[in-house]
Design a protein around this ligand. Structure first.
Ligand SMILES: Cc1cc2nc3c(=O)[nH]c(=O)nc-3n(C[C@H](O)[C@H](O)[C@H](O)COP(=O)(O)O)c2cc1C
Length: 306
């Protein structure tokens, strides 16, 4: 079957009719999400089909108060998930190795592919969908709300329903700026201008640059997500340089915090020292772990040596 006509007219839908999805279509959608390929057959993802209206409301609020998250007939939250894999290994007496960065990479990819398979199947059936990256606006609150175990991390939401809006497909970058042949081609100033021109209809005022600025420039939405994202990763055990559950978003931010409270930080093999005038606090372990411990001692949160 040629999917081109479906792809040619598809667009994200943000207004839905208050109509439920019939069970036979829902079955097709749930089937589709599991037919996506996954790295090494591991299926490093899970999906939450959010049915509880109170939960849906809470997720809508945490995702930037997006009305279409509330309105959609169905809402799915796609999760990167190495928790199940760890359980499977343990079930056969194996201990999972530590590979948090790779876990996140393939978990996010598996979750994203699964979401895309569901989304495309839905669009082929005539439904409208909208991916919701807003679920990463407040990831720590989302972890609390959903009580996700370590190794599980929200990737993206998907709102789905019968469309109650129409419109033309939205623009894309010129193909030659996206598809390189054999070697990555450096961009010229003309290429960049062509990009802004092609994407201009995306913005109501005809300036895609404003959209990019709002999200990606200094002071934009993505920058604001960075620290909570890093803290949430550490909390879920997916940040290799920090102990699971520590409230820092990177080893660098931990060192900066420590330096605000001390004169210096000293690392040695297997330990870290936090120095203040006339006293020093020692933590043990890898740098992040050792420094977190030293900082807790300096703050009096855990007892120092006798
Ligand atoms: C990962 C991802 C996150 C997104 N997050 C949101 C979102 O939070 N809210 C929203 O209304 N649209 C969201 N979108 C939809 C995009 O804005 C949309 O795909 C893009 O503007 C292109 O428009 P089109 O899908 O109609 O072609 C997201 C899309 C993706 C792939």
């Amino acid at each position: 079957m040629d999917l081109t006509p479906i792809l040619a007219k598809r667009r994200s839908v943000r207004r839905f009719k208050p109509v439920p999805i019939p069970p036979e279509d829902l079955e097709k959608l749930l089937f589709a999400l599991q037919r996506a390929p996954t790295d090494a057959s591991a299926q490093l993802y899970s999906v939450l089909r959010v049915r509880d209206p109170a939960l849906r409301e809470a997720i809508a609020r945490l995702s930037g108060d997006q009305e279409h998250v509330r309105q959609a007939a169905e809402f799915f939250l796609f999760l990167a998930d190495v928790h199940r894999l760890e359980r499977l290994l343990l079930h056969r007496g194996q201990k999972m190795a530590s590979w948090p960065r790779t876990a996140l990479h393939f978990g996010v990819l598996d979750a994203g592919l699964s979401a895309a398979y569901l989304a495309l199947t839905a669009e082929a059936l005539g439904y409208g969908v909208c991916f919701i990256g807003g679920v990463l606006n407040e990831p720590e609150a989302l972890l609390d709300l959903l009580r996700l175990p370590p190794g599980v991390f929200p990737v993206v939401g998907l709102a789905l329903g019968v469309p109650d809006e129409e419109g033309p497909p939205r623009p894309r970058l010129p193909r030659h700026l996206v598809v390189h042949e054999d070697r990555y081609r450096p961009y010229t100033e003309e290429d960049l201008e062509a990009a802004f021109q092609a994407m201009a209809p995306y913005s109501r005022v005809g300036d895609w640059g404003r959209v990019l600025k709002r999200y990606f420039a200094q002071g934009g939405a993505m920058e604001a997500r960075e620290a909570p994202y890093g803290r949430a990763l550490a909390r879920q055990g997916l940040e290799p340089d920090l102990p699971q559950g520590s409230p820092y978003y990177s080893l660098g931010s931990l060192i900066e915090t420590a330096l605000k409270e001390a004169r210096g930080v000293l690392f040695r093999q297997g330990e870290a020292w936090l120095e203040r005038e006339a006293e020093a606090f020692r933590g043990e372990g890898r740098p992040g772990e050792a420094l977190v411990e030293a900082l807790k001692k300096a703050r009096g949160e855990v007892p120092d040596w006798p």
